[in-house]
Design a protein around this ligand. Structure first.
Ligand code: ADP
Ligand code: MG
Length: 433
């Protein structure tokens, strides 16, 4: 991106870029709008128009910082307060670790025992046995938990580690190129005893960042520094550059599978220990019997039951649990949703039809429906992002990834969107399959 500019948000499919002055906005609009939109289109796989806007706030921060996840732009606002004390002088930053993500709080069992064993080993002997360690799994299965458990362990032994999401890595790297501080960038990353990178899949398609990652990786690896990376797919199946795939495969690769019934029970028992309200075994059993493959969802069910019990003032019994979980309990099936079921439910909700969603129309309403469909397809089916693109009329995988990230942000920040998603999920759950 250009110096002094920043991506502010997507208005429908128009990328709004903030500039420091009206003069700059006009200048860029006249000379560079077409070039930039072509560049973004290449990355996003869809036509994207560009508009410039003067950033008016006195502190220079835009009011709305929804950002494109696809272009390799930097994001000046991302988590500026999260740098730890020791790193205040560095423009680059390790993200803080969640103290809850420890080995002690991680339940191991058949579905994750290899991953757990590998992570423990790496935490006790970093840089020696399994380097790099690449952990992959679907969402909510404990990748971040294990990665941070390694971090927490190393940190407690006084080691200097850098923990980053792949977005943070991207921002740091691109910023260093723009600011001419690549040497500092190298020094910062090279100075780590261990580098932990979460969700590497998001650097796919970003060639500069992959270049940066490749060299950072090599420097650390040659210095026998531990590198641990998580991702959502086996490296070979990912959309990462070949040379990165082969680096990730050069160490130990382990996956995490969804927990079976016994493990779900064990996880729930562990999670319920930390809660104020004691949950009887038969209630835990109700939750564990729910066909879900995702630990995050298990935790969600637990919280839901407790919230329900608090609201009604009733003791937590099997009946209360059933009520709290409602038809989530009875109608959910383990089988993944078919793409057409999801697309139908979304089009019904938005009062449009599946053909329109798959088509090329780009009105605000249709684009939103399409993004919701992409998000739900990724969440509820076992489709990869290229497959989701295919199901939606042959769109590029990066468009799907972008939509997914954008929706994740929206759901976090916009309660209305959260409820739209919940309603469609409900519709899907009640639908015969
Ligand atoms: P991922 O990064 O794979 O999407 P997370 O690591 O964020 O998933 O895990 C989602 C939630 O589930 C977290 O709160 C985490 O603590 C919990 N969790 C996942 N697996 C386990 C496990 N085996 N034992 C205890 N908690 C787990
Ligand atoms: Mg994660």
């Amino acid at each position: 991106m250009l110096k002094g500019t920043q991506a502010l948000r997507f208005d429908d499919d128009c990328l709004v870029i903030g500039t420091e002055s009206a003069f700059a906005a006009t200048w860029l609009e006249e000379r560079l709008a077409a070039t930039i939109s072509r560049a973004i289109e290449r990355i996003a796989g869809e036509p994207v128009s560009v508009r410039f806007e003067v950033i008016a706030d006195s502190d220079g921060l835009p009011a709305d910082t929804t950002r494109s996840q696809q272009s390799e732009q930097i994001d000046h606002q991302s988590q500026p307060v999260e740098r730890s004390q020791t790193q205040v002088d560095s423009p680059f930053g390790s993200l803080p670790l969640n103290p809850r993500f420890t080995f002690d709080e991680f339940v191991s069992g058949p579905s994750n025992e290899l991953a757990h064993a590998a992570a423990t080993r790496v935490a006790t002997a970093p840089g020696s046995v399994y380097n790099p360690l690449y952990l992959y799994a679907g969402v909510g299965l404990g990748k971040t938990h294990l990665l941070q458990a390694i971090g927490n362990e190393l940190k407690s032994r006084g080691m200097h580690l850098i923990y980053v999401s792949s977005e943070r890595f991207t921002n740091d790297y691109i910023r260093s190129i723009q600011d001419g501080t690549t040497e500092q960038f190298r020094a910062f990353y090279r100075g780590a005893d261990a580098l932990l990178v979460d969700d590497i899949q998001f650097i796919a398609g970003k060639s500069q960042t992959q270049e940066g990652f490749f060299h950072t990786f090599n420097e650390l690896h040659m210095g026998a520094k531990q590198v641990v990376v998580t991702g959502d797919e086996p490296a070979r199946q990912s959309l990462l550059e070949e040379r990165i795939q082969s680096r990730l495969e050069g160490g130990l690769v382990v996956d995490i599978q969804p927990p079976d019934y016994e493990m779900r029970t064990a996880i729930l028992r562990e999670k319920s220990k930390g809660l104020q309200t004691e949950l009887p075994e038969d209630v835990l059993d109700v939750v564990a019997s729910r066909p879900t493959s995702n630990v995050r969802e298990l935790e969600g069910s637990l919280n839901r039951i407790i919230a329900y019990a608090h609201m009604t003032g009733a003791p937590v019994t099997v009946e209360v649990a059933r009520k709290a979980l409602g038809n989530l309990l009875t109608t959910r099936q383990e089988a993944p949703m078919t793409p057409s079921a999801v697309i139908n439910a979304v089009s019904e909700h938005f009062g449009t039809n599946p053909e329109t969603i798959k088509g090329r129309r780009r009105t605000k309403e249709v684009s939103l429906a399409r993004h919701v469909a992409m998000y739900l397809l990724r969440e509820t089916s076992s489709l990869s992002s290229p497959q989701v693109g295919l199901a939606l009329g042959g769109r590029d995988h990066s468009t799907v990834l972008y939509a997914q990230r954008k929706m994740e942000q929206l759901i976090e920040t916009d309660p209305e969107m959260k409820s739209v998603i919940a309603t469609i999920r409900q519709r899907l759950a009640n639908q015969p399959r």
